[in-house]
Design a protein around this ligand. Structure first.
Ligand code: HSE
Length: 435
């Protein structure tokens, strides 16, 4: 029986989950694949914290060289996250003839081209299923299951922490701070939770999904990005009254010859499938030409679901090694219809807008007058109760408008002396749910 030897770099939450699964399911996995997967060494700078899994002291090391330089190791699993030294470890592992498994979406989104090229040059494979959607097999599905398809769009809720925070605020009237603290305790958040709540983690994942679907590696700087840190409980509740739920959506969409890639809070009708994705769950709604509209759904963060994806990559690699097979990593072909990236200014959408205005005659006329100058048409308007210093929230929904026109109009409106706070505008997405 073939014995595959693994070296693990990063024995944190997910790393210890991987070790636990490989240990507790050893018999089942060996029987399924006809090979055994053995973790020969585990490297981490912290070897004293409790992980809920016992390992032989002899396999533990603080020195990554013990793993990278070991000629018996077939596969390196990188789970330390961040850019450095993860990038150097992965490149070196490939050069030393080892295959790689990683969950490092930040690294791949920024340096994927270089890392994938290195894997190709070395005839080695790099798998990264855990980097998007944790245990949801979205990468394998796009790479393999949907290989014959061309894609029109991806709409994803791909950050579990943000979705958890928005759900807690919406369902339990919880404050942003309390909800985020909870997400950190539950182990969903990144080391730096700014990555979660400012949409950076979603943008990393969107870069990878766009590459898989459209063959275009979009620079992080070209992904339009807004996070959820400025979403208020008031807007969540007013939107709810309008039958809308707020989600942090990651969108990649082909529009004629252009591709738009954006991450921002988005309002969806309550009846939409993505509106009912609650808590830490992720959902990725893919529109493809042959297989149709598909929805991938499940927990998007957490120890065992992410570890499940890492183990799945290890099994794939084991089969590749046994078959003596090199699968050119991500041999994607750019969709020839895509000639350029679409700027957010060109984007058109319906919007929810909240003005905070003085409660006196003529206010609505002045606001709607400015909107009319930019060709922006109002679908509905509600004035909420007076709450402080004679100012009132005015909640509006507008028909399709160009982002550029709306932003210019809001800039003018916010300078009027009747407006007391910066106005809030949230895009409303009306894309078709799967049939
Ligand atoms: N912090 C990430 C999230 C972890 O909340 O989705 C999974 O990638």
């Amino acid at each position: 029986m073939k014995r595959i030897t693994v070296g693990l770099i990063g024995f944190g939450n997910v790393g210890s989950g991987v070790v636990r699964i490989l240990r507790e399911r050893k018999g089942m996995l060996t029987e399924k694949i006809g090979s055994s997967i053995d973790v020969k060494s585990i490297c981490d700078i912290d070897l004293s914290s409790k992980r809920g899994v016992s390992v032989d002291k002899g396999v533990l090391t603080r020195n990554a060289r013990d793993v990278l330089d070991d000629p018996q190791i077939d596969i390196i699993v990188e789970l330390i996250g961040g850019i450095h030294p993860a990038k150097e470890f992965i490149l070196e592992a490939l050069k030393k003839g080892k295959h790689v498994v990683t969950a490092n979406k930040a690294l791949l989104a920024q340096y994927g081209k270089e890392v994938f090229a290195q894997a190709r040059d070395c005839n080695k494979n790099i798998y990264f299923e855990a980097s998007v959607g944790a245990g949801i097999p979205i990468i394998k599905s796009l790479r393999e299951g949907l290989v014959a398809n061309k894609f029109n769009s991806i709409f994803g809720i791909v950050n579990g922490t943000s979705n958890y925070v928005l759900s807690q605020m919406s369902e339990h009237n919880c404050s942003f701070t309390d909800a985020l603290r909870d997400a950190k305790i539950k182990g969903f958040a990144e080391k730096d939770p700014t990555f979660d709540v400012e949409g950076i983690d979603s943008a990393h994942k969107l870069v990878l999904l766009s590459y898989l679907c459209f063959g275009k590696f979009v620079d992080m700087e070209d992904v339009y990005r807004e996070g959820i840190s400025s979403v208020s409980l008031a807007d969540i509740n007013y939107a709810k009254e309008l039958g809308l739920a707020i989600k942090l959506l990651a969108v990649a969409k082909r529009e004629q010859d252009s591709l738009e890639v954006r991450v921002h809070p988005t309002l969806l009708r309550h009846s939409h499938l993505l509106a009912s994705v609650h808590g830490v769950n992720n959902a990725i709604y893919v529109s493809s030409d042959l297989a149709g509209n598909l929805l991938f759904y499940g927990p998007g963060a957490g120890q065992l679901c992410a570890a499940s994806a890492v183990v799945s990559d290890l099994i794939d690699l084991t089969q590749d090694i046994k078959a003596g097979m090199f699968r050119p990593t991500l041999h994607t072909i750019q969709d020839s219809a895509i000639k350029r990236l679409r700027k957010i200014d060109e984007f058109e959408s319906r919007y929810y807008i909240r003005f905070t205005a003085l409660d006196k005659p003529g206010v609505l006329a002045r606001v709607s007058g400015v909107l009319a100058r930019f060709g922006i048409s109002i679908a509905s308007v509600t004035q909420k109760e007076r709450h402080k210093a004679k100012s009132v929230p005015i909640v509006m929904v507008i028909h399709e408008a160009k982002e550029k026109n709306l932003r210019t109009a809001l800039g003018i409106i916010d300078r009027l002396n009747i407006i007391k706070e910066k106005s809030v505008a949230i895009r409303i997405e009306d894309f078709e749910p799967p049939q």
